[in-house]
Design a protein around this ligand. Sequence first.
Ligand SMILES: NC(=O)c1ccc[n+]([C@@H]2O[C@H](COP(=O)([O-])OP(=O)(O)OC[C@H]3O[C@@H](n4cnc5c(N)ncnc54)[C@H](OP(=O)(O)O)[C@@H]3O)[C@@H](O)[C@H]2O)c1
Length: 222
Amino acid sequence: MPTALILGASRGIGHEMVRQYRIDGWRVIATARKQEDCDELAQLGAVAHQLDVTGAESIAALAWRLDDEQVDLAWLVAGVYGPSGSSFPTGPEFDTVMHTNVLAAMRLIPVVGPLLADTRGKLAVLSSKMGSIGARHSTEGTLYRASKAALNSVLADAAITYGAQGVTCVAFHPGWVQTDMGGAGAALTVEQSVGDLRATLAKLDASSNGSFLNHDGEPIPW
Ligand SMILES: NC(=O)c1ccc[n+]([C@@H]2O[C@H](COP(=O)([O-])OP(=O)(O)OC[C@H]3O[C@@H](n4cnc5c(N)ncnc54)[C@H](OP(=O)(O)O)[C@@H]3O)[C@@H](O)[C@H]2O)c1
């Protein structure tokens, strides 16, 4: 039975990933920052661990718990939008968004990469088209855009480091999705987005290492 690791699964896209992989018979390891959310994930049949992705100690504790694991797929999902608009952020806003969306990836990928190298597995980060510089036509959410552009850079480095060990590393745009972040008026249901993301990742091979893809597999300019 293959194993999927979902980092940030309390609600939204991460929660739906747990639900769909479990329905397909996968073993799922999932994380959430609140114990009550871990309890709920355990009821879906996941092995649940508490993780605040902004906490270095929390990540160290997860690393210790995952030490003996071999993982086939890992999805780094946790993220925050931060302030809307185009004005430059306050220091605390910057810290929250950058720590959640960027620093967490810099700390988690070195934990997860070796678990994937054992299986020649796949690492996917939930980026956003809003992080694309090549496809930029708006300044809405300027801090979020900067954070996802930085996350893409972290993923490109992971593709060099872990690609050499047989891991396929990809950044994904999930579409505009009906979650707390995307809002009720978004274009895709969470079921559609996650169905596409899973199907696309399943089809990829090592030739896709280091790519930035839409949920349907179409390339997105960096
Ligand atoms: N929805 C969209 O339209 C859209 C579009 C492009 C990209 N994305 C990206 O897709 C990912 C998932 O988005 P979503 O729409 O599912 O968002 P969401 O419904 O707002 O859920 C955000 C998830 O991130 C978790 N999270 C935030 N900060 C955390 C922390 N410090 N430690 C642990 N978990 C933390 C939340 O946990 P709590 O419940 O504990 O807060 C929650 O599980 C994000 O990276 C987002 O940027 C979404």
